[in-house]
Design a protein around this ligand. Structure first.
Ligand code: MG
Length: 155
């Protein structure tokens, strides 16, 4: 029996003049996340969880932000490449659990679409994908950024 676990963590700073993209969903908000790619912090955590489960490093190693080809990159597309690597190594997704940490905006209206996007990317059932959102009660990042954690089991 081959079961492996991985976890991923990422943070991006909020700034004006950028889109806010989380799990491939564009969330209406007055600010967006700063980053070399589309800065989809949740998908970055998911990719690092899968890469961690495979012990293949992290997205910084796979898609270096010093490489101009990843400027403005669609993180869902990069996730597709990570899923391809997972399959090449003989694994498929068991389940994934993502927690997005954001003071604002309220993410509950977008959670289902986020789960659907990830399930479509993995080609799995939506029951294998959990996405949750929480605040830090005004502590921690205190609205200056958005963080995400993900855990993945691959089988
Ligand atoms: Mg990132």
């Amino acid at each position: 029996m081959k079961i492996r676990i991985g976890q991923g963590y990422d943070v991006h700073r909020l700034c004006e003049g950028r889109r806010l993209v989380l799990c491939g969903v564009e969330v209406p908000f007055e600010m967006g996340l700063l980053g070399h790619s589309d800065a989809d912090v949740a998908v970055h955590a998911v990719m690092d969880a899968v890469l961690g489960a495979l012990a293949l490093g992290d997205i910084g190693k796979l898609f270096p932000d010093s490489d101009p080809q990843y400027e403005g990159a669609d993180s869902m597309e990069l996730l597709g490449r990570v899923i391809g690597l997972m399959r090449e190594h003989g694994y498929s997704l068991g389940n994934i659990d993502v927690t997005i940490v954001a003071e604002r905006p309220k993410l509950s209206p977008y959670i289902l679409k986020m789960r659907e996007n990830l399930a479509a990317a993995f080609g799995c059932d939506i029951s294998q994908i959990s996405v949750k959102a929480t605040t830090e009660e005004g502590l921690g990042l205190a609205g200056m950024g958005i963080a995400a954690q993900a855990a993945a089991i691959i089988i």
